[in-house]
Ligand binder design. Structure first.
Ligand code: FE2
Length: 371
């Protein structure tokens, strides 16, 4: 068995024993399983009585490692879903369509309504009631990230998510008019604290001098009162990231540009081809609409093999439950500098670009120390 096959087998075994897995079966909702998703806009959906619409849960093995759930749901044109209340983080990304979300706390006499369109990204306040409306003439399809699997596992209860009566007044009040407005307080190089992003396809990005991808630009954001983060990043044609590893739970959603991710267990070392483990290096193609997530502590690097810049939306998949104590910038420490990387990494990328007629655009000086 390859390292990837062993990983998937172990993950599935662990997942089957979680309350979330039993809950999914009881819900009777359609489930997709895999290491990656090619395009969430093309996944087949099925009826999900809880929301009164169609959906598919995506069991993406590496993303499940950190207790994350993902699903895609759809609202028919001019229609609405049932009201919902989840006692966990819930982040929504609009793939297609235009509409509104109505939000209120239990017992409120008024509700708040905000509009969204393609690329809108927002956090539903924990345990607040909310309802999704499609105001357009096309189906509205959206991606949802939840921490339900983590909370269900921690309390050993699926019901808790949907029956907890607590009102998180300190987290959200219907009187707050700006909660679902894109925050204007962006500072380059700092996290952008906003619970709403108008359109992740169009958000301006900041140049990063020491970007993991040579010439890359990014903006990091934090939602749900800074407990749930992510970033939008872009990098030029013919370029790729320095491989690095960190903990699990990052979900990558390509918004523009085709390419591939190369990932391998850190146990194989920084030069897996040179050390004879090339067969265990996983290469997965990506394109807009896709989803992928590097397993925890696996090196990964992203390659843009397209004729246009690559743009990714990333969710870190970590919430306030995990973080405490001094934080170590371990990503920087695990980066493989271009001059230290396995020469096969660059050779494969050049080969891929040649096949597509795209120019390799990494300056030779980046590899100056490489023999
Ligand atoms: Fe990463």
């Amino acid at each position: 068995m390859s390292v990837k096959e062993t990983y998937v087998t172990e993950m599935k075994k662990a997942f089957e024993q979680t309350p979330f897995a039993s809950w999914l079966e009881e819900e009777g909702v359609k489930v997709y399983e895999g290491f990656t998703v090619e395009d969430v806009r093309e996944l087949e959906l099925g009826p999900w009585p809880r929301i009164g619409g169609n959906a598919v849960f995506i069991n993406l093995y590496p993303f499940m490692e950190a207790g994350n759930g993902v699903y895609v749901a759809e609202i028919p044109p001019g229609s609405k879903l049932e009201p919902e209340r989840w006692c966990c983080h819930k982040i929504i990304f609009i793939e297609e369509g235009t509409g509104t979300t109505e939000v209120w706390q239990e017992g409120d006499s008024q509700t708040r309504v905000f509009e969204w369109g393609p690329g809108s990204t927002f956090a539903i306040p924990i345990n607040a009631w909310h309802r999704m409306y499609n105001l357009g003439s096309q189906p509205a399809r959206f991606l949802v990230l939840t921490k339900a699997p983590l909370v269900m596992k921690g309390f050993d209860s699926a019901d808790f998510i949907f029956t907890c009566p607590h009102i998180f007044k300190e987290a959200y009040s219907t009187a707050n008019e700006k909660f679902f407005t894109e925050a204007a307080n962006r500072v380059p190089g700092k996290f952008w604290d906003t619970n709403f992003i108008v359109n992740a396809w169009a958000t301006p990005l900041d140049e990063v001098p020491d970007a993991k991808a040579f010439g890359g630009a990014t903006v990091g954001f934090r939602m749900a009162n800074r407990t749930f983060g992510g970033h939008i990043s872009a990098w030029p044609v013919g370029r790729y990231h320095q491989a690095h590893y960190h903990d699990s739970g990052r979900l990558l959603h390509p918004l523009q540009g085709e390419g591939y991710v190369m990932t391998w267990s850190k146990d194989l070392g920084p030069r897996p081809f040179e050390s004879g483990h090339g067969d265990d290096v996983v290469v997965e193609p990506f394109k807009p609409g896709g989803l992928y997530s590097p397993p925890g502590d696996w090196y990964h690097a992203h390659f843009n093999a397209d004729t246009q810049a690559a743009r990714h939306l990333a969710f870190y998949g970590r919430s306030g439950f995990e973080e405490m104590g001094p934080r170590v910038d371990n990503q920087r420490n695990t980066r493989i500098n271009y001059e230290d990387e396995d020469p096969e990494v660059r050779r494969l990328f050049k080969e891929k670009l040649d096949n597509k007629g795209v120019r390799f655009d990494m300056p030779a000086s980046l590899y100056a120390r490489q023999k």
